[in-house]
Ligand binder design. Sequence first.
Ligand code: F6P
Length: 532
Amino acid sequence: MTALWNRLKDHRKAQGSGRIEALFDADRAADYRVQADGLTFDYSKTMIDAGARDLLLELAAPVAARRDAMFAGEKINETEGRAVLHTALRNLQGSVTVDGQDVMPAVRETHQRMSRFATQVRDGGFAGQGGRITDVVNIGIGGSDLGPAMAVLALAPYHDGPRTHFVSNVDGADIADTLKGLDPATTLVIVASKTFTTIETMTNAQTARDWMAASVTDPGAQFVALSTAAAKAADFGIAEDRVFGFEDWVGGRYSVWGPIGLSLMLAVGPQAFDQFLAGGAAMDAHFRTAEPAQNLPVMLALTGIWHHQICGYPTRAVLPYDNRLMRLPAYLQQLEMESNGKRVAMDGSDLEVVSGPVVWGEPGTNGQHAFYQLIHQGTMPVPCEFILAARGHEPDLAHHHILLAANCLAQSEALMRGRSLDEARALMQAKGLEGAELDRQARHRVFPGNRPSTTLLMEQLTPFALGQIVALYEQRVFVEGVILGINSFDQWGVELGKELALKVEPLLKGEAAPGHDPSTEALAGLIRQMRG
Ligand code: F6P
């Protein structure tokens, strides 16, 4: 691989100060674009040229074998000895074995139980002790929160079930603000935790139970558990028929497709949820069959590798021009950075190149009035990934949507084209400026341009389209991980902080807690003083 990385870096160097705009011939807009089931990914506004694309595609050579191993249920999560089969949750008609056992009957059975339960809650067949369920509170964190929280907001136009709330932070403010105003007698609490040991989730679950117990005679009856640890859910007092289980081959950040998606299913109904699954399955089918140059996850991944590992841009911005995708950047932060933020390869050796970039973003047009200044005129280019639907869900407000889309296209055009010093000078001259003042003012109004961006375009943000997009990003992470040699499915980097938090807790309580560094001890002392 080293030689190939070097050839790519040399190719980039040889491009020198060449401009993206200059790459456009009559065909580029169509050639540097990939389509799958109504989704279009345009990467023409980048410095990827024919030579770069050929080399990048060479980098992707190991992907197909690894992809097939993943879909076949092989234990490709080698550091945890697990298969990686979240894809089975969205391909209910499929068949796949792990350790010689067909996993699909159990997946289908759980999916049917979820659908039955969701239907009962939605039609009143399952009620709280004070009547029909009006509110659902999902308690979970990380992958047990971000997926459903992102998707429930994204699919707001399809939301016809109970109100849905999400509590994740151990900060008591989160659960206090959420429960305020809710009626315990008509609230369903979902405890979502793959391990059923995560301290934030278990602390919030206990607080919710105390809150419920103060008002209803049987608090446990309005609790549901989503977990791989059925016995722990039983210990918490949740009856077996309200525990929806899954297997360890579903990673937390890949789990929205199964039981962890129950809050989404309750919100939009089993049918729309199945459409979400169908979108994910369609993206998987495309990923498995399309040739690499026409493969959406592969080309999205290669664009990411080009910008981060080859061009050296340290971050990438995800900019949905869709207010309902507000939580997508946070969701992608976990998906991408927990998966590919690693420093060693699968075999324990140091990575050959830098690992995954920092991912961040906000919906447009809001971001335009906040951080786009830096994106346009800061010294470090930020590759931007725009996401846009051709149509909104508010036909009466179509003029808003046209403005939204115009802003999205205008930003990518402005980033690429920029504004030259001559153009800026002409503007200043037109305002009557001259001499040194004209020069000074003009320089502030120069946009260097040549800043790369991609655009992901869909017709409308439907449950199917959302499923496609989420699966697309999952598979992009997979492709980048394979190319970097990373295991994208473990997360050892979150452990140390969790362990130390348990050791710092006694320090804050004023108990003996040896072995901490002087700064931590001093800060804990200050906190104790301030608390009085
Ligand atoms: O802290 C990291 C993590 O393990 C994530 O990978 C996971 O999504 C989250 O914690 C929550 O874990 P659980 O679902 O087991 O409560």
